[in-house]
Design a protein around this ligand. Structure first.
Ligand code: HXC
Length: 514
């Protein structure tokens, strides 16, 4: 064959593979409101940057007449490319080819690109759209999943791992996304569950739709399995690209700095917190009064909203924010919000992202439900995460810092590098009302006018403890600052802690309260 004919042959072969599962299957994919695997990759990556590998890989199954079937690329596309110039490795399961089911060669392609990402120390993006383990390939499919889970774990904390659920992700397949750092879901498209509706019907006799069982909203709002929720695939791809700008390529680097900018002058930090300490406000208004361009990229916005987490930039550098949200459950810590914050703190610590904590909470959520759901075990996670974190850790106490909440939200005692408090801060073992009722119970009960005495005692307690000065006198906070000074103080603290270096005792690893 002449070179020209060889080239034409190559092109023909590629065209064939690009057809995926064929016209009918693609039509079905489109009818479900889904993009194809290739389209998805091309939307996410910089134009012209995608390079595909293992295009001609075929399955090797021989049972159930599988030898008669051609499965182009064995139902998954792998390759490398860039996002805003930063290199990434990527794979996308192709549902049009045998339902994106995972057989031996399909798994080998995924593990190949995972190995590449880890070796090259660049982020990995995995797009899941699959019927799960390829039934005809039996234990080879299970082995494939095991190999993927092992690599997810190996790469954890070394390179960022991003999972995108754009179709079914059923059975054990869900555990790869669950082992990664960020999971993206899209309304009406993502379906994620261990046992599907038909199994539930057979075993439990209950009828439930896929959407109600494991749709995007379920995972964004109830289970906490998803970190980002979008209404469309294109919105989801924008979120992924934005996330990549905030995180480093790997754990030896810092995120690429952006051009420094000031917060919007429209954001008046002094106007956010109401005069009455009992009234709620939106903590995000404080974050956006501090960050460059008043930009805040929130993570897990719809889950455990009593704690807010996400990325912002200060003088161009990525900062992780952990904040109580007074307008939801008064910003308390409970099982879910502790899990949410703890995982994010560990992410920031693994990837060299300084943490700014904004504190305003009455403590851990009381009640039988929480106790029985394991608030001791879950609540301990946040203590553990802050204590072990060695990145710069700065706290600003805005208003309430009561009880266990005071300690847990990156207090000096868990080795905060800087603790600032606004003059509105109230640092105490509990709120004045509860404290007065307990400490002065006898006096109040025996008083001629118990209500007046109670008010007197509440005021006495407030004067004594509900301010930042008792803690300041003991050096537990470093400075009482005016709200307007917050950004300036944070910028200085971040600057002086840029080369922070601390070494804990040598150990294989700790035993966090998982
Ligand atoms: C082989 C599969 C497959 C699978 C789908 N297909 N899932 N082939 N193994 N697991 C094939 C179908 O036979 C069909 O092929 C094509 O993909 C499209 O599937 P449809 O059923 O027509 O699509 P749809 O109606 O959209 O339904 C999608 C679905 C359903 C909900 C995902 O296919 C389904 O329930 N699949 C099985 C899901 C499952 O139970 N998987 C195993 C989970 S256990 P043709 O040739 O007709 O086009 C598991 C264990 C992992 O994953 C453990 C790891 C630790």
């Amino acid at each position: 064959m002449s070179l020209k004919r060889n080239i034409l042959d190559l092109r023909k072969r590629k065209e064939e593979v690009i057809k995926g599962g064929g016209e009918k299957a693609i039509e079905k994919q489109v009818a479900m409101g889904k993009l194809t695997a290739r389209e998805r990759i091309l939307y996410i990556l910089d134009e012209g940057s995608f390079h595909e590998y293992d295009m001609f890989v075929e399955h090797v199954a021989r049972d159930f007449d599988m030898e008669k079937k051609t499965l182009h690329g064995d139902g998954v596309i792998i390759g490398t490319g860039t996002i805003y110039g930063s290199p990434v490795c990527i794979f996308a399961q192709d549902f049009t080819v045998a339902g994106g089911s995972l057989g031996l060669m399909h798994a080998r392609k995924i593990t190949k690109i995972m190995d590449h990402a880890l070796k090259m120390r660049v982020p990995l993006i995995g797009i899941n759209d699959s019927g799960g383990a390829r039934i005809q390939e039996g234990v080879n499919s299970l082995a494939g999943y095991g190999e993927i889970f092992f690599r997810n774990t190996l790469a954890s904390g070394v390179i960022p791992q991003i999972s995108v659920i754009l179709g079914p992700c059923a059975g054990g397949a869900v555990y790869s996304p669950a082992l990664t750092d960020f999971v993206f879901v899209v309304n009406n498209i993502s379906k994620m569950f261990i046992t599907g509706p038909s199994v539930i019907k057979t075993v439990l006799g209950e009828e439930i739709s896929m959407e109600d069982l494991g749709g995007a909203k379920v995972h964004a709002e109830i289970t906490g399995n998803a970190h980002f929720y979008a209404e469309s695939e294109l919105e989801c791809f924008d979120q992924i690209k934005k996330l990549v700008t905030f995180i480093p390529w790997n754990n030896t680097q810092k995120a690429q700095p952006m051009k420094p900018a000031e917060p919007s002058p429209k954001r008046k930090i002094e106007e956010v917190v109401p005069g009455d300490p009992k009234l709620p406000y939106d903590i995000r208004d404080i974050i956006m009064a501090i960050t460059d361009n008043s930009e805040f990229f929130e993570i897990m916005e719809h889950f455990a909203a009593n704690v807010v987490i996400g990325f912002g930039r200060m003088k161009g550098e990525t900062v992780g924010f952990v904040a109580n949200q007074p307008k939801v459950l008064a910003g308390v810590l409970d099982c879910d919000s502790s899990d949410k914050a703890a995982r994010f703190i560990r992410y920031c610590n693994a990837f060299n992202i300084p943490i700014v904590t904004l504190e305003d909470l009455p403590g851990y959520l009381p009640g039988v439900d929480q106790e029985h759901a394991g608030v001791i075990r879950h609540g301990a996670k946040i203590l553990y995460a802050y204590s072990e974190a060695t990145v710069p850790k700065i706290t600003v106490i805005i208003r309430k810092a009561y009880g266990g909440g005071y300690i847990a939200m990156n207090s000096r005692h868990l080795r905060a590098d800087f603790v600032f408090a606004w003059p509105t801060a109230e640092i105490a073992v509990m709120g004045p009302e509860g404290a007065a009722n307990i400490v002065f119970r006898k006096e109040i009960a025996e008083a001629e006018n118990p209500d007046a005495t109670r008010q007197e005692k509440i005021q006495e307690y407030k004067d004594k403890f509900a301010n930042p000065y008792v803690a300041a006198a003991k050096g537990y906070i470093d400075e009482v600052i005016e709200p307007e000074e917050t950004r300036k103080m944070l910028l200085h603290a971040l600057k002086v802690s840029a080369n922070k270096s601390v070494q804990g005792p040598a150990k294989k690893h700790g035993i966090p309260p998982f």
